[in-house]
Ligand binder design. Structure first.
Ligand code: ATP
Length: 466
């Protein structure tokens, strides 16, 4: 696949690896589309390469001013849906570095590994499953035997760097939910069935970070562990698979591009009864966004055994003590973010101010609830900046808004189409006399004249339920 100038530039900057761009077959439908998303994300301040001025750091990303708003909206939506709107799920925020015994008990020290091979010629390192039966992507060098590679980042706690001070950056957020289970039960007075949820950073030293923010080395997870009696776990498993699927739909994601993939028996961990992935049809193929698993009581039992602490639950009504089973829901913030960008991205022809002429526009059709800005205010001329700013400041108290007075109105519309702002409000010279502004709808591009005193109500009505 040839690369145009922009593609070459993105590749040089490390935004895309050659592997992503040259990979062929069912997993790679449209590499050009991915380039467009990455380029837009940088151009408009959604995502930048980490440490870009130093040449970047592979597998790490920074979220820009527009990106942080989108990210926050998506995490808020998850938190409201999973914790605040339910009376049987509580939140938790635990440290990134936990006692190293945590990762021995969970099996990560022993088993959190990927088999990897090196190319003897170009010295690139690949996950074995990525190159099995395929050509080594950039050269045709011979591959080494597969070796185990632990994906946890190691660090040292304290001043002395010795074996006993080794600790790990957590590779998933859920283990501390298990280790804090007893404290949460006692303080929250929750009764089984109930859940503990957490949103936070995780770290995995992925051998081949790729596909932009899809697989990175530092990422964020939204996880929930729902504690149940063993006999009820299948019921809750089915319940959470459906709930989680509905959440993605509530973000406005195209239903046809989402699917549930039930794991085959041979894919399951030995202790798990079932696992379903929610997958999205990314530009590079169907891939996991979230996993929902019926995990039995493996996690609590392991930590109980390893710590010597009793992590069982006492049911006061039934006068019965048992180690609860758990149904886990585990989603990625960054992967969901990528889905929101890819799913909202549209290119279309739009009329221009010149009669009969059309131009291409890029528009992100975000659901208004998650759009970074709900409205933007544009003064037609800088001479009108004072009243326009006043209006924007007033709206800012109720909605996330932006003020933009740079370039032609057409350019400003385009900029806000590209960051998915649902409403563009133009303050023109007539506004001075009729006390009205023009509000343009991002999707239909229809314009309406609305009294300045009514703009707040107008937006509130349009964004109702969002
Ligand atoms: P994969 O098979 O794609 O490596 P996984 O099955 O190892 O994913 P889990 O351990 O189930 O992933 O993690 C739960 C979620 O965390 C994933 O569905 C994904 O959304 C997110 N996630 C996992 N690894 C990464 C990563 N390297 N970069 C970004 N998000 C990730």
């Amino acid at each position: 696949m040839g690369l145009d100038y922009e593609g070459q530039w993105l590749k040089r900057q490390g935004y895309l690896r050659a592997f992503d761009l040259t990979q062929s077959g069912a997993r790679c439908y449209d590499p050009r589309f991915m380039e467009k998303i990455v380029s837009l994300a940088k151009r408009r301040g959604f995502v930048f390469q980490s440490s870009e001025i130093y040449g970047g750091l592979n597998g790490f990303w920074d979220y820009g001013p527009v990106g942080v708003e989108l990210r926050k909206n998506l995490k808020d939506s998850w938190w409201r849906t999973m914790v605040q709107k339910r009376d049987n799920v509580v939140g938790l925020d635990t440290s990134i570095v936990a006692h190293p015994k945590t990762w021995v008990a969970s099996g990560h020290v022993e088993n959190f590994t990927d088999p990897m091979v090196d190319c003897k010629k170009c010295h690139h390192r690949f996950r074995t499953d990525e190159v099995t039966g395929k050509q080594c992507p950039e050269c045709k060098g011979e591959l080494t035997e597969a070796r185990k590679f632990n994906l946890m980042f190691k660090t040292h706690v304290g001043a002395v760097e010795e074996e006993s001070s080794i600790a790990y950056l957590r590779p998933e957020t859920c283990q501390s939910i298990f280790t804090q289970f007893k404290n949460v039960v006692v303080t929250s007075r929750q009764k089984i069935p109930f859940g503990i949820a957490q949103v936070g950073k995780s770290f995995r030293n992925e051998i081949t970070p790729r596909n932009f923010i899809f697989r990175s080395r530092e990422f964020e997870q939204m996880e929930m562990e729902f504690f149940v009696r063993g006999a009820e776990s299948s019921h809750w498993y089915d319940y959470w698979v459906e709930e989680r699927f509905q959440w993605f739909l509530s973000l406005g994601i195209n239903k046809d591009k989402l699917r549930k993939r039930v794991h085959d028996k041979d894919e399951l961990a030995h202790y798990a009864k079932g696992c379903t992935d929610i997958e999205y049809q990314f530009p590079f193929g169907w891939s996991e966004l979230e996993g929902i698993a019926d995990r039995g009581n493996w996690d609590l039992s392991q930590h109980s055994k390893s710590s010597g602490k009793d992590l069982s639950y006492f049911d006061e009504e039934a006068k019965e003590k048992f180690v609860p089973c758990v149904v886990e829901t585990s989603a990625g913030v960054d992967r969901t973010f990528l889905v929101l960008l890819a799913d909202a991205y549209h290119e279309e022809k739009a009329p221009t101010s010149e009669e009969g002429k059309e131009e291409e526009r890029i528009v992100l059709r975000f659901h208004p609830r998650i759009a970074p800005f709900k409205a933007a205010v544009f003064p037609l001329s800088r001479k009108l900046s004072e009243p326009a700013r006043r209006l924007e400041h007033e709206l800012r108290q109720s909605f996330t808004t932006d003020y933009d007075d740079a370039g032609s109105i057409g350019k400003r519309y385009r900029r806000h189409d590209e960051i998915g702002t649902p409403y563009g409000i133009t303050y023109d010279f007539e506004s001075e006399t009729d006390q009205k502004v023009t509000i343009r709808d991002r999707d239909t591009m229809k314009q309406e004249r609305v009294a300045i005193s009514q703009v707040k109500e107008y937006l509130a009505e349009k964004l109702k339920g969002a």
